[in-house]
Design a protein around this ligand. Sequence first.
Ligand code: NAD
Length: 519
Amino acid sequence: SLKSQGFSRSSIVAEGSPALGMAPARVRNLIGGEFLESRSESSIDVINPATQEVVSRVPLTTDEEFKAAVSAAKTAFPKWKNTPVTSRQRVMFKLQELIRRDMDKLAMNITTEQGKTLKDAQGDVFRGLEVVEHACGMATLQMGEYVSNVSRGIDTYSIREPLGVCAGICPFNFPAMIPLWMFPMAVTCGNTFILKPSEKDPGASMMLAELAMEAGLPDGVLNIVHGTHDTVNSICDDEDIKAISFVGSNTAGMHIYARAAAKGKRVQSNMGAKNHAIIMPDASAEATLNALVAAGFGAAGQRCMAISTAVFVGGSKPWEEELTKRASALKVNAGVEPGTDLGPVISKQAKDRICSLIQSGIESGARIVLDGRNIVVPGYEDGNFVGPTILSDATGDMECYKEEIFGPVLLCIQAESLEEAIQIVNNNRYGNGASIFTTSGISARKFQTEIEAGQVGINVPIPVPLPFFSFTGSKASFAGDLNFYGKAGVQFYTQIKTVTQQWKDVSTQGVSLAMPTSQ
Ligand code: NAD
C-alpha cells in the first residue's frame, strides 16, 4: 500500500488499490501549506519499474493552481526573509533529524518509484541530507563583507539578500538528493520556493515536504506543483519567479536556460554527461576493477556521474576478462530484493533506447563482451531490466559514444598514451566528471592539469564533492555560472547589496561637484 511506501494521508488523495480495481491515488500539490488535490483531469501514471504496477498518479497542474502556488510563495516571502537566520537554520536542524528518522520510509518510496536498490536509495537520501546539514551553517555562509574607512569616515559593507520566489525542476534519477540540493539552500537563505518534482517519481519530494513542514517551515515557504512541459514553461515565464535550479537532460536544460534567461531570471542548469575513466597500465588492478564495476553499473548506470567510458592506456585486453567476470557476477533484481546490485531502469522507453544504442554500437564495429539485453529476472518478468553490458573497441564517432546512454553500459576505448587518452576525454562535449587510475603522481598531476572536466577524480571513480564545495560540472554538462550548493549555491540564491555609509560631521566641507575619490 502507499502507506507502507511511506506516504501519509496528507500528500495523497486517497489510498487507492489497483489490485482491488480502485484507481491509484493521486499525488497532491502543496500550495500555501496545504496538500491540495488538483482539479486537473489529466495525469501521468507513476509506475514501479520492477513490476509495472501503477503506484500513484501525478496531476498536470492547472494554470490557476500554478499561479496560486506562486502567489502563496510571494506572500510568504517578506515574513520569511525577515525571520532571523538562526531560526531558519533551526528548521534545517530539525529537518535533518526528521530525514534520519524517516530514512527507511524514504528509501522504500524511492525503490518503489525509481527502481534502485534500497541501499542505494538510502545513499540518495543521505547525499541530500548532507546538503541539509550544510544549510544549518547558513549564518556564516551568508555573511557579507565590511571595509571600514574606505574614505575618511566612510565605510562600505555588503549584504547577501534572498531573491524572492525561486523554483526547482528535478530529474527522475535522484528523487531525494536533487530536491534536497535545491530547496534547503534556497529557503535557508530566506527565499520561498516552488518545487516541480520529476513526474516519474514524485513521492520522495512529497515526503520531504511533509518533513519540512513538520520541522517548522512556515506555510507557503515551500510549494510543490506537479506536471511536465507546460508547468516548466510556466515556471520559466512567470514574472514573480526570480531564479531556477534545473537538473536533467540537455534538451530540457538548454530550453529552460534560454527561456528563463529571456525573462531575466538567473538559472543554474546541471545536465547530461559522458564520464570517462582513464586507466593507466600502472594502476592498482584490484581497486581499479572494483571502482569501474561500481561506478559503471551502480544504480543501473542512471547516475549523472556514472562512469560510462573506460579509456585503457596501453590496451584494454589485459583488463577485459577480469572486468567481464566481475560485471557478470552482479545480481540484477528488483531493488527491494536483498543482495541486489542493479535494479531496473526507469521505463520501458528507457530500456528500448539503451538497447538500441547498444545495437548501434555493435553495428558500427564495437565488440560486445558482455550483453545484458536479454536478461529475465524470475518473479519480475515485466521489469525494465538491463544487465551489465560491456562494449569494447568503441570509437569517438560511434552513436553509443556520442550519446549519453544512461544505462548499465560501459564502453571501452583504447589509447596509446596518456596524452591521447586526455585528448579523447577533452574532445567529448560533456564535462561533468573524469577520473584517472594510476600509481604515478606525475600522470595524476598531468591529468588534473590538462583534463577538461569540472569534477576530477584521482583513484576516485565518482568525484562528487561534498556540500561545502559545489557540484562543478562544466562544458555541455552545465549552463550558468553559479553551481549547486557550497559557496556558489549561496551566491546563486542571494543578491548582493553593497551599502556605503558616512558618519562624520560634514557641515564644514562645502559643495564639490568633482567625482568623489577616496581620501
Ligand atoms: P529530463 O530532462 O527528461 O527531465 C527533467 C525535468 O525536466 C523533469 O521535471 C521534466 O518534467 C522536465 N522536462 C523534460 N523535458 C522537458 C522539456 N522538453 N521541456 C520542459 N521541461 C521538460 O531528465 P531525466 O530523464 O528526468 O533525468 C536524466 C538526465 O538528467 C540525464 O541526462 C542525466 O545526466 C541528467 N542529470 C544530471 C545531473 C547533473 O548534476 N549534471 C544530475 C542528475 C541527472
